[in-house]
Design a protein around this ligand. Structure first.
Ligand SMILES: *Cc1c(COP(=O)(O)O)cnc(C)c1O
Length: 369
């Protein structure tokens, strides 16, 4: 028998979450964002659940090729655009739409020989200060692109830094919405502004809705504004389960310690279970004592330090647990139980995004439905 750890991808949950994005933005089209190998879920597996999307947005040209190999004929968007001039040949060949965020990318397009003009997404740096033209330079970039025979359509895009929370005494996005709106008000073309957080929180504002929303983390059941809201609040379902089994149990006496560094010392007699899961599987080592976990679907918590291949859990709430008992590290457990990845991430001082993306290659992954 292989080591008992495995990950499951729930295609029905992906489809459900995509519908949630649609319900938030009934008049817009929905990009399923599948960068980083579909946030760790696997492009091919995620495609089975997300094929109802209007398009797929990603970064890597190789991932775009994988989608075309799955026979996806619809839109594919390169969110960072091309990385060098010859990438444009693949865009022409596979009909990839691409972001244009800097002058060099316009130069490359101007020198590109193609029979098929491209649909491009001109990106504004409205305040995130990563990619894009500043509002004052946006119009000139638009005019340059618009004059190119290689371009037949220009969509206007920007990205929010703070759509997940109110910050600095404001709603997090209005300064960016305002900057974008002012600089684009009289430009033609479709618009795309909202990521998951804006899709869930800010679509009352028609200027934010635009023509395309970009649903990343919410498609996978992760909550961008946890703990302010949780997955039950937004009606999102976990698309990834990480589960394993107990290898052993131990009775620990008061004063005895558990695991490396004796990071946990028992205050009372305690029955613990040793789980076949560690940081080499992608479980966060920074998750300290008390991180939630399900044993046979019953909520419990971890004890002591996470090691490379194992971690320990408190079996007090599950006296019937024994070697072989099922342990849910995150996602969907037995009998309808659930452990949102956001809770585990928070206990480790990170976000669900990182845990999904960091699922380790040694963990076998299969599609649940
Ligand atoms: C990753 C990404 C998204 C999706 O973000 P989520 O928070 O996962 O919804 C949207 N737009 C751009 C430009 C991105 O890079």
């Amino acid at each position: 028998m292989p080591r008992p750890i495995e990950a499951l991808i729930h295609t029905d949950a992906l489809a459900h979450n995509l519908e949630r994005a649609r319900a938030c933005a009934p008049d817009a089209r929905v990009w399923a964002v599948v960068k980083a190998n579909a946030y760790g879920h696997g492009i091919e597996r995620a495609y089975a659940g997300l094929r109802g999307a209007d398009g797929f947005a990603l970064l890597d040209l190789a991932e775009a090729e994988r989608l075309r190999a799955l026979d996806w004929r619809g839109p594919i968007l390169l969110l960072e655009g091309v990385f060098e001039p010859r990438d444009l040949e693949l865009c022409s060949r596979l009909n990839l739409w691409h972001v244009v965020h800097c002058e060099e990318q316009i130069d490359w397009l101007a020198a590109h020989k193609t029979h098929q003009p491209h649909k491009v997404f001109l990106k504004m740096n409205s305040g995130m200060n990563r990619l894009g033209f500043r509002p004052a330079a946006f119009r000139a970039a638009w005019a340059r692109l618009n004059a190119l025979p290689q371009v037949d359509e220009i969509v206007l895009v920007t990205h929010f830094s703070d759509a997940d929370a109110d910050r600095f005494g404001r709603d997090g996005i209005s300064h960016q919405v305002q900057a974008f709106h002012e600089a684009t008000a009289d430009l033609p073309g479709e618009r795309s502004l909202a990521n998951s957080a804006a899709t869930l929180r800010h679509l009352k504002d028609a200027r934010v809705r635009g023509d395309w929303v970009r649903a990343g983390i919410m498609s996978y059941g992760g909550v961008p504004d946890y703990p302010e809201h949780d997955s039950a609040h937004w009606d999102l379902k976990p698309a990834m389960t990480l589960r394993s089994r107990l290898l052993a149990t131990q009775f620990v006496q008061p004063g005895e310690s558990v695991g490396y560094g004796s990071a946990y010392v028992a205050e009372r007699t305690l029955r613990i279970g040793i789980v076949a899961c560690g940081y080499a599987d992608g479980y966060p080592r920074h998750a300290g004592t008390g991180t939630p976990v399900l044993v046979d679907g019953v909520r419990s918590s971890t004890v002591g330090r996470v090691s490379m291949d194992m971690l320990a859990v408190d079996l007090t709430p599950v006296p019937s647990a024994r070697p072989g008992s099922e342990v849910t590290l995150w996602g969907q457990g037995p009998r309808g139980s659930r452990l949102p990845i956001d809770e585990v991430a928070r206990a480790a001082g990170t976000i669900g995004y990182e845990l999904m993306c960091a699922l380790a290659p040694r963990v076998p992954v299969s599609v649940a439905d």
